[in-house]
Design a protein around this ligand. Structure first.
Ligand code: FES
Length: 161
């Protein structure tokens, strides 16, 4: 087992911050039509020294063990970060404690990044009272029917409840 594989196995055996957060300020969800997995992330904010920070983060991942491992690391990493700092983090940063992910698993880290971005976006949009209906292609099902998927390009899509 490689170093990265054993770190992933450890994180899966003892995942941190897994589960729905009932008092969350925002939630982000993404799905990947190719592997059928979904990652959802909840964020709770606080203020420190005049800055908005992430007080705590939690996640759910449906199906994928590597996404669980990355999300576990990411939700620990996010605690105490300012929103600006969190926006700077990409999937490589979020999965860094696990070591480099195998090529087939890179998209699992991208799913976690996508869920984080969605949650951060949702929070910045939350002051807008308007609710617009989403186009049908902006759902997991709608996206699965997108012809562009046939090109084989990885696509992580935002999912609305
Ligand atoms: Fe698709 Fe991990 S296999 S998220």
């Amino acid at each position: 087992m490689s170093d990265s594989e054993s770190k992933i196995a450890d994180a899966i055996a003892n995942p941190q911050n897994m589960g729905e957060m009932s008092d969350a300020d925002s939630v982000g969800t993404v799905g990947n039509p190719e592997c059928g997995d979904m990652v959802r992330m909840w964020l709770k904010f606080d203020h420190k020294n005049g800055k908005k920070i992430i007080d705590k983060a939690s996640f759910q991942s449906f199906g994928c063990q590597t996404a669980i491992a990355v999300a576990s690391m990411a939700t620990e990493m996010l605690k105490g970060k300012t929103v600006e700092e969190a926006q700077e983090l990409n999937s490589k940063d979020l999965s860094a404690p696990l070591g480099p992910l195998p090529p087939m698993k890179i998209h699992c880290g991208e799913m976690v990044e996508g869920a984080l971005r969605d949650a951060l976006n949702e929070d910045s949009e939350s002051s807008e009272p308007t609710q617009t209906s989403q186009p049908a292609t902006n759902t997991l099902l709608g996206d699965m029917n997108e012809p562009s998927l046939k090109s084989g390009k990885l696509k992580v899509v935002k999912i609305d409840d």
